[in-house]
Write a protein that binds this ligand. Sequence first.
Ligand code: NDP
Length: 275
Amino acid sequence: MIDHYAVIGHPIEHSKSPQIHAAFARQTGEHLEYGRILGRLDDFAEDVRHFVAEGGRGLNVTVPFKEQAWQLLADRSDRAEAAGAVNTILVLDGGLLRGDNTDGVGLVRDLTVNHGFDFAGKRVLLLGAGGAARGVLRPLLDAGPAALVVANRTTSKALDLAGHAGAAVQGCGLEDLSGRCGADGPFDLIINATSSGLDGQVPVLPDDCLGAGGWVYDLLYGAVPTPFCRWGREHGAEKVLDGLGMLVEQAAESFLLWRGVRPDTAPVIAMLRGG
Ligand code: NDP
């Protein structure tokens, strides 16, 4: 009997997860199949139940179902709880379901393990206050930066998100960053967790926001440099990274949860970049 896994989302054809998990399975010798499911917008819960009833062992959950998955599952990991979203479902013995979230740890591993970023003493700016920002905030805080600021176009959402994270995180509007950069110094790492790049835009930031030797990271990725990656180059970033590494790292963390073995991500990232 082969174990079945899948990614569920809507739309789903574009998902790279089947390719990533097939590569992990080949590399580790794990015997599994990984497919894609076009989830129904009005019946996500039934699609999950059907997959499990057919013997499915685990699911990745993507847009727009991560929050619905969180609501569906009573048993959730601490990191899923903090994110308010589930991107990984584990089918336990007896068909019980457990929800986890590997997005944030995927981002932090890409920065620290793949690229050698050291959070100690660093000032980090997180742009955005939507689902992706919420998912990565706690793991970023756990990585131990000197300061973590969340800035969003709609200020109230940044304040709300930061408020839930505790005193170590400050929230503000994008327009407040001029004063903040001036008062507290520029940032060592700016992470773009907004969806602005999907419209070919970048969040409006002051020019002095990124410090000398600073890095930029865009959660978005694509065949060509994203608008925010281009912004980073234009503003002298020492390193400019897109979210492909995060995508592969969150998948590796899911694979580890399901199979108990952590795949080597470097060759899979290289494969996806066409290297
Ligand atoms: P949401 O729709 O939940 O949130 C969108 C956020 O972007 C909001 O904070 C919104 O601000 C902000 N925003 C949108 N347009 C602009 C703009 N022009 N200027 C400034 N801010 C803007 O989206 P998600 O959080 O789910 O996704 C965000 C991004 O993260 C997407 O590009 C997605 O592809 C990427 N992502 C990548 C992953 C990976 O593995 N690499 C994993 C998950 C997400 P406001 O509140 O004011 O509307």
